[in-house]
Design a protein. Sequence first.
Lengths: 220, 472
Amino acid sequence: VSWAARLTVFRQTVYRALAAGFDRPHERLRADGRSGIDVLADLGLYEHSVAPWIVEYLHQLRSADLMEMEECRMAMFEVGSGTHACPPLESAWRARSSDPNAAAILQAELEGFYRRIGLSLTRQDTYTPDHVVVQLEVMSLLCGREATQHTTAVRAAPSRDHQLWLLKEHLSIWIPAFTRHLERVADLPLYVALARAARAFVIYDRDLLDLLEADPSHHP
Amino acid sequence: MTRVILCADHTTPDLGPGLGFEVEFVPRLCTTPRLFGVGRGGPLVVGVHPSELDLPMLQAELRRHGLDPLGVPLVDLTAAADAATLRVTLAGATARARAFPGSQPEHIKLLRPRRLSRRAFLALGSPVAVAAPWLDHDRCVAGRGCRTCVDACPAGALRWVGGAVDHDKGACVACGICVTTCPVGAIENPAVTPTALEAQVRAIVATGGRAVAFVCRDAERVDLEPGWIPVAVPCTGMVTAGWLLAPLVIGVAAVTALPCEATGCPLSNGARVATALNDARAILKALGLPSERIGTRPADDPEPLSCTGPEGLFGAGSDQRVIAALAEAASVTSGGASLAGAAVGSVAIRADACTACARCAQSCPVGALQARQEGVTIVIDFDPASCVACGQCERTCPELGAGAIEVARGFQLEDWNAGRRRLREDQTPMCVMCGAPVAPGAMLRRIVEALGPGQDALVSLLSSRCTRCRGR
């Protein structure tokens, strides 16, 4: 397996693990935490400068109390007001616009992007297109596609371009501010660790893709 | 206790007993880093041979052991001329490792390794993580118009956009020049914090080090004579005159900084290094102290200066503290020098050109210039001991073209000792409606001149009512 393919699978796995942390807690989480470090270590976790933050998050995940998590998550992500409120939506964190339709425009832009890459949110999906879980899941999916392209010897540029767009135009703009606030308001150490890991990884991934873009020899 | 691991591949001098830290020798540490004996966490120093080092692999290995690579000083074993030098160098590095404040995701910049190991060459391995400066927007005074860091950045990575400084990490070369030029210490780099640097120099002095040389972190070659203790910084272009003098206050007998050109560094900040060296010499000369302690190591190996310097000698605005400590050591209360790059200065205002608008005081990032209303008089005063010569007052002065304000880089001890002094005062008519100050008299006279004759009603309104009451 080439370094580029291994890197892509690593990125896919981390994005999925982060999305799971922001999503409603489920039984698999603890198991994911237990196996996560070994899986990521095989994919070269420690070669990446984000390793300390990812490891801390996965350690916290191992001993997660699902009820406690759900309580904390509801107060921060769902209730929408109060001292612990921290809406996980891009539209809530982008620079305030005088246009009252700014949130709808942003969501429509993202929905259009998802459609272009062959995805559509179904009616059963309770998350809006600018929700953190949706954006992280889409990144994970795009990394998965790139990994497939590596193995089938097809140039991965289209998928990489989509990832770069979502990272540069959306995730790297709002995730740092959102996670810094989350770090301040979260009562549960798990969410503090998740906030740090998400911020670290989004910043790292953007820098990494920029570096790979600047050096064509590192394209697969 | 801090641990030190050294690459055992080449001959390393016998360090002897009583080191104050544990030392372990590891074979092939540079080529195939494996830290089997190292437990998790805790301060660590690694001694390496840079020309053979697989840095991405070493960083991965450090992370595997729960260590932050940015907080693990790498000591160049080839630069140490003898066992005594290596002992002191390692003591300094251990103090620096202990003072590491921890890094944040924003501090990390990824670079392609300058030298690819065989493994990385075949596998196109991971990038190297280096510490990059990070701007704390809460402390930054760009909103007042300050753009000192923007002007100083040699890579054009800092831009002033709409009242805020934007840091482009992709363009940043992580040289750290912005860290030492920021007048309020709003830019930080965890790999070279003022506290860690001071701890390192104090440890060097405590273990018998007599001469300190600032060297580039990425220097390809460091040719130092025996006795010089290297202190690695991201780029010697960030070394200020204050940094060169601070070790003298702490107890070192001689200090230097190697310019980029001497070490094969591509950043080419040699002119900045030369300016800092010249300024440091000029300051010593002005204080009657031997200037040959900067840049060279005197042959007679003189005693260190006896200073009772305060702490915080490497932080923002430390140039003044260092000069004051040296002046006290030399028992000097008068004299001064004109300088080319040091962050000390004085401001002069020409009363006939100044309108006393106080924009200079509002924009001063360190509060050296302050404006206040005393009854019917507006007063602008100045504390020369606080001025960092950033030139912000000049840039924001609306009467700069008329030569209303001038900043001179340098210091006069008499001025410092005299404390805050009045630079400008002007009478201010008070509003007939609310009693608030209308505008300084000089400003009103300038407006009357601009309006020309025949505008008596307007002039009367402008000089008798404040801006809030004019529409009533």
